[in-house]
Ligand binder design. Structure first.
Ligand code: ZN
Ligand code: ZN
Length: 348
């Protein structure tokens, strides 16, 4: 089968690999129909994720059709159309019993990281019963690819951890796919303002279309002054960090209102300063989280009932044999205006 393989920092190749086989009774083999590329894959390719070894098939998002199941799988059968969660969870360990699937003792974020991933024709999914979701009928397959990772990540790490409530003010730093997923799902709670901050005018315009009340281009405008002007001088109740660099985390500290929350979503590769000399008395909360995907069933219902349409984030489509072009397009998002790229591995 064809698969996109990480070959060490800066190196990747589309290779022929053997079709995966069942290794444990709880495994399923899934024939991938659609997958996508995540910012996290770009982090791996930059060499920022040393736990991902060269030779690994990348990808932790996708939808497909169950090809075979191990003897211990009771809830799925060959032919079932499934959504693959980016987090594999056994459902039984202490962390899983607390709903912290991201820290599952024998799972967590393993796909396309410590085991082979979804940017291939087939993938082996461990703990299949608790890591795959049967797809509802009549739902756009492409839209559901975005429920593998970015929608639950924006919702859990940004919106829920950020404690967004009706009438509150929200600032989202970073209008990439995760920032946009946060913007879309924040609207479940009717905040009074959602201010998007980014460097890219195209992304800010897209954000306005998706429901941002205000946008700030932090190259041209002073983001702190403008947020203060929009919030009666106090700052935003919830500030979501959706970039993952020290400068944006520090900006969040200047934007948060007393009593507010900074919800970190970004993947950070470097240490960042925490200004306790200012914040010690501001009653703020800072949260961090790796997505647990506990809200996937809720988000599936929101898509079925058309309260949420993640497909608006899709800008480009490729077939698996052109995945190198897809990486190039996704990696040059400022020029190509790419948000999410869908890669078709096979027809349904
Ligand atoms: Zn991802
Ligand atoms: Zn577990």
């Amino acid at each position: 089968m064809k698969a996109l393989v990480y070959r060490g920092p800066g190196l990747k190749a589309l290779e022929d690999r053997p079709k995966p086989i069942l290794q444990a009774p709880g495994d399923a083999i899934v024939k991938i129909t659609k997958t996508t590329i995540c910012g996290t894959d770009l982090h791996i390719l930059k060499g920022d994720v040393p736990t991902c070894a060269p030779g690994r098939i990348l990808g932790h998002e996708g939808v497909g059709i169950v090809d075979s199941v191990g003897a211990g799988v009771t809830g799925l059968k060959p032919g079932d159309h499934v959504l693959i969660s980016c987090i594999s969870s056994c459902g039984k360990c202490d962390y899983c019993r607390r709903g912290m699937y991201s820290h599952c003792r024998s799972g967590g974020w393993v796909l396309g990281h410590t085991i082979d991933g979804t940017q291939a024709e087939y993938v082996r999914i461990p703990h299949a019963d608790t890591s795959l979701y049967r797809m509802p009928a009549d739902v756009d397959e492409e839209a559901l690819v975005l429920l593998s990772d970015i929608l639950p990540t924006g919702f859990e790490c940004g919106v829920l951890n950020g404690k967004i409530q009706p009438g509150m003010t929200v600032a989202i730093v970073g209008a990439g796919p995760i920032g946009m997923a946060t913007l879309l799902t924040a609207q479940f709670f009717s905040p009074s303002r959602i201010i998007m901050i980014d460097l890219d005018d195209n992304r800010l315009e897209v954000a306005r279309r998706f429901g941002a009340s205000d946008t700030i281009n932090s190259v041209r405008e002073n983001a702190v002054e403008k947020v203060m002007a929009l919030t009666d001088g106090i700052g935003a109740d919830t500030v979501v960090e959706a970039v993952g660099i020290p400068a944006t985390f520090e900006l969040c500290q200047d934007l948060v209102a007393p009593g507010g929350t900074i919800a970190n979503v970004g993947v950070h590769g470097h240490k960042a300063d925490l200004h306790l000399e200012k914040l010690w008395s501001h009653n703020i909360t800072i949260t961090t989280r790796l997505v647990d995907t506990v809200t996937t069933p809720t988000l599936l219902k929101a898509v079925v009932s058309r309260k949420l349409d993640p497909s608006v984030l899709i800008t480009h489509r490729f077939t698996l044999d052109r995945i190198i072009d897809a990486y190039d397009t996704f990696g040059r998002a400022a020029e190509t205006k790419a948000m999410k790229v869908i890669i078709s591995a096979s027809a349904t």
